[in-house]
Design a protein around this ligand. Sequence first.
Ligand code: CA
Length: 200
Amino acid sequence: MATIKTHPSHRSTTGSHLKIMNQWIIFTFLWTIASSNKIYKNVALQGRATQSTNYETLSTATNVIDGNLDSEYKHGSCFSSKSQPSPWWRVDLLVSHKISHIMITSRGDCCADYLNGAEILIGDSLANNGNNNLRCAQITSIPQGATETFHCFDMKGRYVNVILPGKTGYITFCEIEIYGVPVINDECCACAKICSNNDN
Ligand SMILES: [Ca+2]
């Protein structure tokens, strides 16, 4: 049976190409991770929060963008609405952002299941209090006091809502972290120099 032999020089060239390609893929992967970590920041911290209703003064809307993941309600860093139909919470990021992912920390003292079925919405419209904007994710469940990540794949919007659609109850959680970059800086942030300046 005839054997097809590859010319040694061809094998060498092909091997070099594969090696270069592998190195390029690894470099691109590492660069992407490094760039993402550099560009996307928790922009919720600079936002303005509001809510459909407030359970009490201890549970204001701003408590979930205070940078404190303390999940013990009585410590005053969580939000809760009153019991009502389709309760919601919203943050205004002041300008439209490209949002990579969102992290939500649930109540640690109780009530984590109140978030089951809640939706995370992103968009630029305030129609219906922002609750008509597009959905990034629906929360199935978050363990009590845990932080869970929801990927939004660069959805764009100025407003982020968390709503319990079609249910009567409370919406309550302790922190929301929104990792994004202002849309107006999108092109600039392709340039490492300007991104570095934004870090200051
Ligand atoms: Ca908090």
